[in-house]
Write a protein that binds this ligand. Structure first.
Ligand SMILES: C[S@@+](CC[C@H](N)C(=O)[O-])C[C@H]1O[C@@H](n2cnc3c(N)ncnc32)[C@H](O)[C@@H]1O
Length: 282
């Protein structure tokens, strides 16, 4: 069958299945099967698909129609211009999290330093920052050994050497050293959050998404414990839900952080809150 016809049929099947981005999903999956980019597909749509390519593509469309995330089907997702391996042990990196990367970059001093990425998942944030600042060292920590294995593969595949990954429960796996910047995109959904039943989120690990105390438990813990791991004038930056900015700012102020503020994502939601640890009153 011609590629453009195959694509149109697949897109309409995904529309029927309720996919919000049916045409794009079909294009991404066909590109994945053929090993080409979307520009190639637009140029050569009148070519015939090989029998085995067509069968593979149709199997992926069936999985997508059943709700499987495109990033798990292709095994890849782009984040901060980096192509990252993804898998069911990790959260799929989100564009919103680029707000955290941009906010951290603008606060990393010009001199070399050390960065800690807590709950690193696929390594997205640590790798983005390490790629931008080769003079810094970034350490990513995650409780999930599958996530840490994937983050290590991502670093190797991208050739990013100024980064390391470790399995651990937040700060428990660390030695005594301090960090100039700590970033985290921790679990922040309440366990009854309706988003857990929608779209890709249904397939992502609950341990990456859900925290107690209406989603604030891990955020509160990181605000408190990071004080013991930051150098004087070091920064803590936390991603959180669109409605959690005020609560995170309040927690940062209550624990004695300075210059507390929030930054918005592209949709205009408060997405990252941050504070500077002046180095006293632990
Ligand atoms: C929202 S995901 C963020 C993943 C990645 N940083 C990103 O932005 O794409 C949260 C991550 O925190 C990890 N996590 C949850 N509890 C943890 C804990 N107690 N210690 C370390 N990591 C934890 C999860 O395994 C998950 O990878």
């Amino acid at each position: 069958m011609r590629l453009d016809i195959l694509l149109a049929r697949a897109a309409s099947r995904l529309v029927e299945a309720g996919s919000p981005s049916a045409r794009l999903d079909a294009e991404v999956l066909l590109c994945h099967v053929l090993g080409v980019d979307r520009a190639w597909l637009y140029t050569w749509g009148d070519r015939e698909a090989g029998g085995s390519d067509q069968a593979r593509f149709e199997a992926l469309i069936a999985a997508r129609a059943a709700g499987q995330p495109v990033a798990y089907l292709t095994g890849e997702r782009e984040f901060w211009g980096l192509s990252l391996l993804t898998g069911p042990s990790t959260l799929i990196p989100r564009p919103d999290t680029e707000t955290l990367v941009a906010a951290a970059l603008s606060r990393m001093p010009a001199r070399a330093g050390r960065l800690l990425d807590l709950g690193t998942g696929s390594g997205a944030v640590a790798l983005a920052l390490a790629s931008e600042r080769p003079d810094w060292y970034a350490l990513g920590i995650d409780l999930n050994p599958g996530a840490v294995a994937l983050a290590r593969r991502n670093a190797e595949r991208l050739g990013i050497a100024n980064v390391g990954f470790r399995v651990g429960d937040w700060f428990a796996a660390l030695d005594e050293s301090d960090f100039d910047v700590i970033v985290a995109n921790p679990p922040y959904l309440a366990d009854d959050d309706p988003h857990l039943e929608l779209g890709d989120v249904r397939f992502e690990p609950r341990g990456a998404l859900v925290a107690g105390d209406q989603g604030l438990a891990d955020l509160h813990h990181l605000v408190d414990a990071s004080r013991h791991r930051l150098v004087a004038d070091g920064w803590l930056l936390l991603e959180h839900g669109a409605e959690q900015g005020a609560a995170v700012r309040e927690a940062l102020c209550a624990k004695g952080y300075q210059d507390v503020a929030s930054e918005q994502d592209l949709a205009g939601h408060e997405r990252v809150s941050l504070g500077r640890w002046a180095g006293s009153r632990r």
